[in-house]
Design a protein around this ligand. Structure first.
Ligand code: ZN
Length: 700
């Protein structure tokens, strides 16, 4: 077999493996009305995502496993399983770093077979299996050290669910096991997960005699839904719904004394348990938890058809996307407790925007699209993928951001003790989360509903799509996000009528976000061109998609041209931190000024309205990108000041965290200005050339 034939054989077998295993749960009644085309059926071969997915496979996943070994995260399983002498090391959620990376490695294996990696996973899974107690319980801190190590890890199971992470860890186990089974066909980790899920389902529930409770950190809800999809077992779906429903019904939280690091859990808002979930209409508390909870709510809305869950999750979405989201799609304003701030509280220098919360935004918004068919949710998803998520990992795949602020002064050590990227963290949720998100990106490109084929993202590659029983091969050719021309070739196996719905991003329609939180500063007149087999067609927009319904035959070509002008963006006037500032976007990318391109400074730059923004292709800079240049101005740095209140030091922070400085930047009136040749780079690419100044928002 030639390499090419072999690849396509693997490609097809992964396609069918996925379909087969999904059909085992086919007796289920309801699901999302829109079905994503699984990433195993989509092969990305572009110059933007494919190299990052490959770096993730070659560099990031092995690097994280090495860190998991060095820090005892893998030994913890061996110790709990009696395979190794020793004591449990680390935090109570460390098991999940191993699980998430197994999930990422499995996704990677599905599209890129790698016997060495597969054998490595087998070895880790032996240890995980050993750590499972006979009845299915799996939580290495307690099994390895039955004496009280810290609150949440004591002799009694499930005793302090608000902080223990027993159920959170279980959720990541289920996601890893599902991915590993789909990738390899092996049941080794899946059997561990199902045994654990059966124990949790026997233990918790509304029925009398069962334990009442819910996890302090959401995750198991959406993971149980994955197990339900795989197995068709309704007890998993019921349990997911039960855990969501339990929140906020007269919860009594253990109260820790002030100063204790667990005192942050004294407050029910931190874990979204201050009200029943269906009554919550403002995103509060820990940002990652909220996005995972919202993803679970969307799942329950889709799988049960209960409208109340949709209404609840939609209200949360309106609040987040309308009042609490940064321009990069990231969320979580405060270092303190990693949580949401007030409405319109979006500080730039001290913003938190945890990488995991960005990933949570992508997961949540994708589900909202699958539920409604509205492209507005994909606009948010695309925004966070290209900006807030991608910034979380360095171009070479070895360094990470935990917070992703929109501004840096080069001094404030916002990234867990550093003013730049770091190879690892004491709390290491983000690297593993990136490692599982990147290889799943191909799964966000296409979706289907009956005879409608949705093109959601623009990435060069090919997909094999089952459109209501019709086999359709779709290929895309584009240099997106650098260029707005997308060529789509539609190859149905047999001539057939169906609709192609091509997303027309909000940014190409004068709407950077689907709310009034951000708007383009100048009224543009962007024109999107669509041609079918060379002939221009009028655009018929439905829910943000250009609809093309026709009888398709092999080789039909659709060409879409999006306007890629650089556009200035301003924030809603209630966002005081962005008042007097302007940001710049081009296509799906948010740009920033970094000191490295601007004579060492960025925070004193003034971008006048009249200065044209010119794109310049730089093939040799930061793995190749398009920079924007402009004739701007620079103020005397002494005229730049910080105002406003400083945030308290994070009550739960490790020692490396310092109290954030005042965040709001102001320019003294009458400050002297000199001409400055401005260079902007895409935000995701910052912090590769030493610590220094960076800002998304420029004085205007
Ligand atoms: Zn994280």
């Amino acid at each position: 077999m030639t390499m090419r034939v072999m690849r396509s054989a693997i490609f097809l077998s992964a396609f069918f493996l996925c379909r087969l295993s999904l059909s085992s749960g086919a007796d289920r009644k309801r699901d999302y009305p829109i079905t994503p085309v699984p990433f195993t059926s989509v092969k990305i071969t572009d110059g933007f995502w494919a190299p990052r997915i490959e770096t993730n496979r070659r560099v990031t996943i092995p690097a994280i496993f090495r860190k998991c070994e060095e820090t005892g995260r893998i030994d913890n399983f061996a110790i709990a399983g009696g395979l190794l002498e020793g004591e449990y090391k680390g935090e109570r959620y460390n098991d999940t770093d191993v699980y998430k990376t197994i999930e990422g490695a499995s996704y990677s294996l599905m599209v890129h077979p790698d016997p060495v990696l597969e054998r490595y996973l087998d070895g880790v899974i032996v240890k995980i299996t050993a750590a499972q107690e006979p009845d299915g319980y799996l939580y290495t801190p307690r099994t390895a050290s039955p004496q009280e190590l810290q609150p949440g890890i004591g002799a009694e199971r499930w005793a302090e669910l608000a902080i223990s992470h027993e159920l959170y860890n279980a959720g990541h186990l289920y996601e890893a096991a599902t991915a590993h089974f789909l990738a390899t066909g092996k049941r080794s980790l899946l059997d561990v997960a199902l045994k654990n899920a059966d124990l949790v389902a026997r233990t918790f529930g509304a029925e009398s005699g069962k334990r009442q409770g819910f996890p302090g950190h959401q995750e198991i809800e959406l993971a149980l839904v994955k197990l339900y999809r795989l197995t068709g077992k309704t007890s998993y779906l019921d349990l997911a719904r039960y855990f969501l429903d339990q929140r906020g019904h007269g919860v009594k939280l253990v109260q820790y004394p002030p100063g204790n690091r667990f005192a942050i859990y004294n407050d029910a808002t931190q874990i979204q348990a201050h009200k029943p979930v269906l009554e919550q209409d403002e995103a509060v508390g820990h940002a990652v938890r909220l996005t995972y909870m919202a993803s679970g709510l969307a799942d329950i809305a889709a799988l049960t058809g209960d409208r109340a869950y949709f209404d609840a999750v939609r209200k949360l979405w309106e609040n987040v996307v309308g009042k609490k989201m940064y321009l990069t799609g990231g969320v979580g304003s405060r270092h303190d407790r990693e949580r949401f701030g007030e409405n319109y509280e979006l500080p730039n220098l001290t913003g938190y925007l945890e990488t995991c919360a960005s990933i949570g935004m992508a997961l949540w918004n994708h589900r909202m699209f699958l539920l409604t068919g509205e492209a507005a949710y994909l606009d948010v998803m695309e925004r966070v993928m290209y900006n807030g998520v991608l910034s979380g990992v360095s171009l070479d795949g070895t360094l990470f951001f935990y917070p992703n602020p929109l501004e840096s002064d080069g001094k404030y050590r916002f990234n867990k003790g550093r003013a730049g990227r770091a190879p690892w963290f004491g709390v290491a949720c983000c690297p593993g989360n990136v490692s599982r998100f990147l290889p799943s990106v191909p799964g966000y490109v296409y979706a289907t509903r009956d005879d409608v084929l949705f093109v959601n993202l623009f990435i060069t590659g090919a997909a094999m799509i089952d459109l209501g029983g019709k086999a359709v091969r779709v290929t895309q050719e584009t240099r997106y996000p650098w260029d707005g021309t997308v060529r789509i070739t539609v190859d149905p196996e047999n001539k057939a009528e169906f609709a192609l719905h091509v997303r027309v991003p909000g940014w190409a329609r004068n709407r950077p976000v689907p709310t009034d939180l951000y708007r383009f500063a100048e009224k543009g007149d962007p024109e999107v061109l669509i041609r079918v087999n060379g002939k221009a067609v009028g655009m018929s927009l439905e829910n943000g998609f250009a609809r093309i319904r026709r009888v398709w035959k092999k080789g039909d070509r659709v060409e879409v041209i999006f306007p890629m002008d650089a556009r200035r963006v301003v924030a809603h006037p209630s966002v005081k931190d962005d008042e007097g500032f302007v940001a710049v976007e081009r296509g799906p990318l948010v740009y920033c000024a970094e000191g490295a391109d601007n004579s060492g400074r960025a925070l004193n730059i003034v971008l006048p309205d009249s200065a044209p923004l010119r794109p310049v292709e730089k093939g040799d800079l930061l793995d190749g990108l398009v920079v924007l240049t402009a004739d701007a101005l620079a103020a005397d740095p002494a005229a730049v000041t910080r105002v406003g209140e400083t945030e308290a030091k994070d009550a739960a922070a490790d020692d490396e965290e310092e109290a954030p400085p005042a965040s709001r930047r102001r320019l003294a009136p009458g400050a002297g200005l000199t001409p400055h040749p401005l260079v902007l780079i895409p935000y995701y690419a910052w912090a590769h050339r030493g610590d220094g100044e960076m800002t998304v928002w420029l004085f205007n």
